[in-house]
Structure formats: C-alpha cells, structure tokens
Design a protein around this ligand. Structure first.
Ligand code: PGA
Length: 251
C-alpha cells in the first residue's frame, strides 16, 4: 500500500446476496477498476464471505483490492462456521475488517477477541482495518476518550508484539453515526485521530497507522470529510451499495 493512497473501503455487510454481489461486480467492473486506478486512490471491496473468492478472482489483476469483514481468532481447528485469516489470504484478499461495532454489539466481540483476530490477520500478511468508536450513550456521557484509549491501546499492544513495523488501518466509526445519517464533524474526528496517533506513537512507534473515518459517509459529505487532518480514507457502508453514489464519493 502506498503511503499517499486514500482508501475507499466498501463494507457491504450482509446487504447484498451472492448473485447480486457478483452481478454488481461484473456490471461495474470497468467503473470500479478505473476508480481504483486513479492516482493515490485504492478501492477495497468487502463483500460477505460467500462472494469473497469469486470477487477476488474477478479483480485479480487490477488495482482494486478485496477484503473480508471478519475472521476467526484461531489458526485452524474445530471451529464450526468460522473462516481463518489464512484462508482469507489464500483466496486473494489483502484486507480484513475487524471489531466492527456490529460485531461488538451483536456478536459480543470484546477487545480481547479482536486482539486475537488481529494477531491472525497480521500473521497471514493481511492489512487489518480495526474499527473503534463510542456508542451514543458513551458519547453523551463524554466517554469517547476513554473508549478510544482502551480500544486503540489493545490494538497497538498486538501490533507492537506481532508486527512492530506493520501497516494497520484504524477506522474511527462513532457507533451513533453508523447508518443513521448523523456524521461526526471534522473537529470531533480530528480530536479522536490525534488521540489515536499519540497512543500509537507511544505504544507502536514503528508501525504505519492509517486513519479512516466511517459513519454515514455519502456523496454529499465526502468532500467536507476529506478535509479532516490526517485522514487516510473512508469506511463506507450504505453509500457503497449504489455504484453511482460510491463513484461520486471516490471522484
Ligand atoms: P454507513 O456504515 O456508511 O452505512 O454508516 C459504515 C460502517 O458500518 O462501516
């Protein structure tokens, strides 16, 4: 990954069933590839597990990258229903989202579990995109700083132990902004980014940390959000499901 690249990560969640996901990719193959081949742009598509291998094949020799939305905390073994980081890497993915707030809330993922997954992802040479962010309740109680401190410290500890020179994307996604149409303002994001930067500088000084913002990014607010100091990309849910909207965000 080049340091000048701005990442546009499309998190399709479980929104597009297999056949539709494949036709989306074939219908917009040229468009997606030309978006991703712009200078200093990298598009990363994160479909659900069923479509990952095929989509990785569709874009095999292009500048577009493919990522998983989750992975197992273990190397291999009797873990019914899980998919290992090794398999994700074997099928041609380069990225893996970890610790998304939907996984933290619906699947009870803790920082400890996210750390184990992060170890696997780093071990198998994938670029992790670790999501952090406070809930509405925590925001209202002015706990953003302490939430970020705990989540980011846990990430940096693993990075320093497992891949001190590694590249890690940390996506600040305030939970109250995900899928709600509410967006954190540039100052709020900058405050959290500088907190993350200072934790990382102390705990994992040689790692390359790329800061992303996610939470209701759309074609109306993307230009404004691109002005945030130190921003390295977006994690985009809803607006990535519509090619025209996604295209407007990227261009
Ligand atoms: P959203 O989702 O863009 O629909 O708010 C972002 C995310 O959950 O990663």
């Amino acid at each position: 990954m080049k340091s000048s690249e701005f990442l546009y990560v499309a998190n399709w969640k479980m929104q597009i069933p297999f056949k539709k996901a494949i036709s989306f990719c074939w219908n917009h193959k040229d468009g997606l590839e030309s978006l991703s081949s712009q200078e200093n742009v990298r598009v990363v598509l994160c479909p659900s597990f069923d479509a990952l291998h095929l989509i990785a094949q569709v874009f095999i020799n292009s500048s577009l990258s493919v990522g998983a939305q989750n992975c197992a905390a273990h190397e291999s073994g009797p873990y019914t229903g899980e998919v290992s980081a090794r398999s994700i890497s074997d099928i041609g993915c380069e990225f893996c989202i970890l610790g998304h707030s939907e996984r933290r809330s619906h699947f009870l993922e803790t920082d400890e579990l996210v750390s184990k997954k992060l170890q696997q992802v780093l071990k198998h040479g994938l670029h992790p995109i670790v999501c952090v962010g406070e809930t509405k309740k925590q925001f209202d109680a002015q706990q953003t700083k302490s939430v970020i401190e705990a989540q980011v410290s846990s990430v940096c500890k693993v990075v320093q132990d497992a891949a001190p020179d590694g590249t890690v994307c940390i996506a600040y996604e305030p939970v109250w902004a995900i899928g709600t149409g509410l967006v954190a303002n540039n100052q709020q994001i900058e405050a959290v980014f500088s907190q993350i930067r200072s934790i990382a500088n102390k705990m994992a000084p040689n790692a390359r940390i790329i800061l992303l913002y996610g939470g209701s990014v759309n074609d109306q607010n993307a230009q404004q959000l691109k002005q945030v100091a130190d921003i390295g990309g977006f994690l985009i849910g809803g607006a990535s499901l519509d090619f025209q909207k996604f295209e407007k965000i990227v261009t």
